[in-house]
Design a protein around this ligand. Structure first.
Ligand SMILES: NC(=O)c1ccc[n+]([C@@H]2O[C@H](COP(=O)([O-])OP(=O)(O)OC[C@H]3O[C@@H](n4cnc5c(N)ncnc54)[C@H](O)[C@@H]3O)[C@@H](O)[C@H]2O)c1
Length: 169
């Protein structure tokens, strides 16, 4: 996972839901901790040091190794095209969540499918933020502010509907 805006929120939500984030990178470096990275501590370190380099809550590792680490879920959250013909064969994750737009080259779809890797496509994985921006526009037009519970409820309704359409393609 990459620790920017999207990645750090994903890490916080995964941790809150009981998941374990084992390795994270950003443009400054990469950290790995098989027992799970303390996300709150990393967020503080990252804010104070402009990146995760130097974080003492895990081992500093080669950032390029992260995409091909042993893990259940791989979350590319920085750049497009990072999963490509040069590394697709070595991917060990069972699931890829495309938090960034187009991280997986179309030419490797077949390789990943043969390996049994399930991909949650970017159009599903990262459209929630755009949808909430649309809700902000709707609230502005109405001149009426929704509470967080309503925002989350509406988001769930639209995302569930969209997911069902995609799953039935
Ligand atoms: N924020 C959104 O609502 C949103 C929605 C959909 C798509 N996106 C896309 O997702 C991407 C990430 O968005 P964000 O808001 O998290 O951005 P961000 O700037 O907060 O985070 C980007 C992260 O990528 C890292 N990074 C940059 N270059 C890198 C490299 N070469 N190697 C490793 N790490 C690198 C940076 O260190 C940073 O941690 C963007 O491409 C954006 O266009 C964002």
């Amino acid at each position: 996972m990459v620790f920017g805006n999207i990645g750090s929120w994903a890490a916080q939500l995964i941790t809150k839901a009981g998941g374990k984030v084992v390795s994270i990178r950003d443009v400054t470096g990469a950290v790995k901790n098989s027992n799970g990275i303390d996300i709150a501590k990393l967020k503080k370190h990252s804010a104070e040091n402009r990146g995760i380099k130097g974080f003492d809550g895990g081992d500093a590792v080669d950032p390029t190794s992260l995409l091909t680490e042993e893990c259940d879920v791989l979350i590319p959250a920085a750049l497009g095209g990072v999963i490509n013909k040069d590394n697709a064969d070595a991917i060990k994750a069972k699931y890829i969540i495309e938090a960034v737009n187009h991280p997986t080259d179309t030419e490797v779809d077949e390789i990943l499918a043969k390996k049994g890797v399930l991909i949650l496509p970017d159009i599903m994985a990262n459209s929630g933020g755009v949808m909430v921006s649309c809700f902000e526009w709707v609230q502005n037009i109405q001149g009426f502010m929704w509470d967080e519970e309503k925002v989350n409820r509406e988001l769930k309704t639209y995302m569930t509907h969209a997911s069902n359409i995609v799953l039935n393609i």
